[in-house]
Every structure is written in structure tokens, then in C-alpha cells.
Design a protein around this ligand. Structure first.
Ligand SMILES: C[S@@+](CC[C@H](N)C(=O)[O-])C[C@H]1O[C@@H](n2cnc3c(N)ncnc32)[C@H](O)[C@@H]1O
Length: 202
């Protein structure tokens, strides 16, 4: 499987905020090779990885990444966006949801945001940290964020040293337009964590 450029950028964000990660409860969705989740786990977070329950080869990629990075105890779950499954309902409390390059097909955008809304309703102070690749100027999640009572903060890449053509020995991000945002409940104190993290790296 492929590590998408967005994953390198999100991993860089986690690395820049590594001091705040120990003991944080983190869920990665659409994890694939799971680079951000692996970095979070290696920095001391309690990580759960997930990918579509209908794509066993992607779930196997999550498991393989954990084994290769000496993280045999990281749980891997089948979580399909937009589906309220027993696995979703029984998830333990979480602080941070990660998603790198999950907004790649507009037909999935509402399913992703319904899952995120469900998780944030259960964990009102949690945040969704997500990187996406600008593939079309027409694509927008603004209306869906409003519909699901969510808000987003744009995180400039230069604020965490990711505005480079080469990042962590990878040239991938430089050839693509990658953006990062943090999504939280529209009425919540969810931005306070970001403010704290942001200040800590200045
Ligand atoms: C573009 S890849 C990104 C993979 C990884 N996050 C990265 O950045 O390297 C999209 C990921 O979303 C997963 N995915 C696609 N449709 C999904 C769905 N309906 N529910 C959950 N995961 C899904 C795929 O299996 C794949 O791992």
C-alpha cells in the first residue's frame, strides 16, 4: 500500500506536538498504512487504528505497520464511514481523531462527517485533525460542516514546519497541494486543546 502525501504532513503535525501526546486517546480513521497513528503511538499516545470493515487488505496494512514499528498491542478496528456499527458504538473515550487523505471522494464526505459528528457528540472536547489534498477547486465541505454543527480551523503548514518540498526525507508533499484543518463541534470548548498545542510550539 501507499503512504499518501497527506499522511507525511499529518505525521509532521503530530511530531511537532509530540510533547502533548503521551496518554492522549487517539483514533485514526481510514488509516491505511497508518503513518500518523504510528507516529502518535510512538510518541506515547494510546492509539486505535481503523479502516473500512469492507477492505480487509487495508485492515491488514494497519496491522502490518504496527508490527513493523514494534507496536503489536495497538488495536485495529473495522470502521466504515457513515455506518453505526457495534465497533463504533463500543469505542472507548477519545481525545483526538486523525484522518489523512480521507476527503478524496465527494460521495464519502457526508459519511465521514456523520461518523465524526457521532464521535464528537460522545466526546465533546475531542478534535478531528485532518489533512487533505486539493484535487478540485469545486470540492467543499463547508455546507456539510454547517449541517452537522461542526466548525473547522485551518492550520497553516508553515506553523508546524510542513511548508517544504521535502518533509521527513519524503519529497511527496512538495508535488501536491496539501491543507490541514481541525474540526470540532461548533458549540464546544474543543478549540482549547488546539490553542494549547499551538502555543507550545511557538
Ligand atoms: C487515500 S487513502 C489514505 C490512507 C492513509 N490515511 C494515508 O494517508 O496514507 C484512503 C483510505 O480510506 C479508506 N477508506 C475508503 N473508504 C472508506 C470507508 N467507506 N470507510 C472507512 N475507510 C475508508 C481506504 O481503505 C484507505 O485506507
Amino acid at each position: 500500500m501507499y503512504v499518501w502525501p497527506c499522511a507525511v504532513v499529518l505525521a509532521q503535525y503530530l511530531w511537532a506536538h509530540r510533547q502533548s501526546l503521551p496518554e492522549k486517546r487517539v483514533l485514526e480513521i481510514g488509516a491505511g498504512v497508518s503513518l500518523p497513528g504510528v507516529v502518535a503511538a510512538r510518541c506515547g499516545a494510546q492509539v486505535i487504528l481503523s479502516d473500512s470493515e469492507e477492505l480487509p487488505q487495508c485492515l491488514q496494512s494497519c496491522r502490518s505497520s504496527c508490527l513493523m514499528n514494534h507496536l503489536p498491542h495497538v488495536p485495529v478496528l473495522g470502521l466504515t464511514w457513515g455506518r453505526v456499527s457495534p465497533e463504533l458504538l463500543s469505542l472507548a473515550p477519545i481525545d483526538i481523531i486523525l484522518g489523512s487523505d480521507v476527503f478524496f471522494d465527494p460521495k464519502d464526505f457526508e459519511d465521514i462527517l456523520t461518523t465524526i459528528y457521532f464521535l464528537l457528540e460522545k466526546n465533546p472536547r475531542a478534535q478531528f485533525w485532518t489533512t487533505y489534498q486539493v484535487r478540485s477547486a469545486d470540492w467543499s465541505i463547508e455546507a456539510l460542516l454547517h449541517k452537522w454543527n461542526l466548525k473547522s480551523i485551518h492550520v497553516p503548514l508553515h506553523s508546524f514546519g510542513a511548508d517544504k518540498e521535502h518533509l521527513a526525507s519524503s519529497s511527496m508533499p512538495g508535488r501536491h497541494t496539501i491543507e490541514m484543518m481541525i474540526i470540532s463541534l461548533a458549540q464546544s470548548e474543543g478549540t482549547s486543546l488546539y490553542s494549547t498545542l499551538d502555543c507550545s510550539t511557538r
